[in-house]
Design a protein around this ligand. Structure first.
Ligand code: PHE
Length: 464
């Protein structure tokens, strides 16, 4: 039984809510740092090609499964075929894991927002600032609580009055903010002590022009892997979220068109976020600054804001506000998936389930926060690095479970029920599915092979 009011009112609401899930810290934090680390233009090019192929196939699959079965992820796979019920449970594990840490990152964003609101942000520039903040005992938990409470409140309001309403306001606002700051960033220039001048336009060219010099096969494969893991995370695919959202879509909505719009939205925001961050980091910190990795936003950007002078603070406030919104709509989608699935599983009301999932999220998020102090431990990962609790959860869900789920889903759709099962759902309103040939070929041959390789590499069974 579906609850009342649990559909999107139309195509726009659906597209914006799905885009709200897809657009998150992945676009604004993860994409720019990977792109900067992998040399700019080349990464961008590889990523765009993957979006148009893998991204489109995986997103279409998830959403069409949801709408055709009218079921949440947990039940949808069993509805397709009884024997595949386990796949529903497997996908359900991903949001269960992501929920543990997403609100912790959300809390970090709230913290930086508050710092710039309350002061000129000079304190955030020091090298040890970020590390000492996340490893302190109380403050990360307090900021996480603020973020989690907001998330739970929106989910509690339900699909129409909660998710759809807020997505419609937040998403367009986000685009406006990003474009504004990006354009401003391009006008900047900076002179080093030794007289070298770097301009925003030079930074833009590093971002946009693929540089093939000195490219080796191994290096190219690394870029490909980075881009692929980014794609999963960024589009929120292979984790039951888009299946759940797909089940809220009314039958008359044109799926193909909506999917293109969601992809365009998600990729557009990542592209703009890159344009906002990469040229400014280049201007103020040079090429070396671009290699910072995950800390790019929290450690390098404050330096950029400081170097901008007086307006830096205003830009910082706008930036963290916008990133907080993006993170919020994504966290909402993770929690909504958990709540909606568990409501059916345990036959509980939305209110009861929000409370229970809220408590689960709270307890696990506190544990993740403590992973940087009381529970600090260096877990070894198959790729040779070590990680704290947060990264371990991230690794299990993004590098391990998602390729595995995509592998199984592509076997189910490509070989067991056949691609027609999906394409007929896309075409149900007489819409022509322009890339049907590409879809069928990819889901049968390309996706299974690539996902298997990805899975073997990330579990440490194969080496690059
Ligand atoms: N896609 C979101 C982002 O880009 C992250 C996310 C992952 C959201 C998993 C929901 C579930 O940040």
């Amino acid at each position: 039984m579906k609850e009342k009011g649990s559909s999107f009112t139309g195509s726009l609401g659906f597209v914006l809510a799905a885009a709200g899930s897809a657009v998150g810290v992945g676009n604004i934090w993860r994409f720019p740092y990977l792109c900067a680390k992998d040399g700019g233009g080349l990464f961008l090019l590889v990523y765009l090609i993957l979006v148009a192929t893998f991204g489109f196939v995986l997103l279409t699959t998830d959403i069409a499964i949801g709408r055709k079965t009218k079921q949440n992820a947990l039940k949808a796979f069993g509805t397709i075929q009884r024997k595949w019920k386990f796949l529903g449970y497997l996908t359900f594990l991903v949001p269960t894991l992501i929920m543990t840490y997403y609100s912790v990152i959300g809390g970090w964003i709230v913290k930086y927002f508050c710092v710039y609101l309350a002061s000129d942000g000079k304190e955030a520039v020091g090298d040890g600032y970020f590390t000492s903040f996340i490893s302190s005992k109380v403050s990360p938990i307090v900021f996480m609580l603020v973020f989690l409470a907001l998330t739970a409140w929106i989910v509690y309001r339900g699909v129409e009055k909660g998710i759809e309403k807020y997505s419609k306001i937040i998403m367009p606002g986000l685009i406006l903010l990003i474009v504004g700051i990006a354009i401003f960033g391009l006008t900047l220039s900076h002179q080093d002590a030794d007289g070298t001048v770097r301009t925003g336009m030079q930074g833009l060219s590093i971002y946009l022009k693929p540089d093939f010099t000195g490219l080796t096969v191994k290096r190219f494969l690394e870029i490909l892997l980075d881009a692929m893991s980014q794609l999963f995370f960024s589009l929120s695919v292979s984790m039951g979220i888009m299946v759940t959202y797909g089940s809220y879509v009314k039958d008359e909505v044109h799926l193909n068109q909506s999917i293109n719009q969601i992809e365009l939205f998600d990729t557009g925001v990542a592209f703009l976020a890159g344009m906002l961050i990469i040229p400014s980091v280049f201007v103020f910190l040079g090429k070396e600054g671009m290699a910072a990795g995950p800390s790019l936003i929290f450690i390098s950007l404050p330096k950029v804001f400081e170097a901008m002078g007086g307006v830096g603070r205003i830009i910082a406030i706008a930036f963290f506000l916008m990133m907080g919104f993006a993170a919020l709509t994504s966290a909402v989608s993770v929690m909504e998936t958990l709540v909606a699935n568990c409501m059916e599983l345990f036959h509980k009301t939305r209110k009861q389930m929000c409370l229970m999932i809220g408590v689960y999220s709270l307890v696990t998020a506190v544990l993740i926060c403590l992973g940087y102090n009381v529970l600090y431990f260096e877990f070894p990962l198959p790729n040779g690095s070590t990680a704290q609790l947060l990264d371990v959860m991230d690794y299990i869900s993004n590098s391990f479970l998602m390729p595995f789920i995509s592998l199984l889903t592509s076997i189910l759709i490509g070989w067991v029920v056949g691609p027609k099962w999906i394409t007929s759902e896309v075409e149900r309103n007489g819409e022509t599915f322009k890339r049907e040939g590409l879809y069928s070929f990819m889901i049968r041959y390309v996706v299974p092979v690539v996902m298997l390789i990805l899975f073997l590499v990330s579990t440490g069974f194969a080496n690059l």
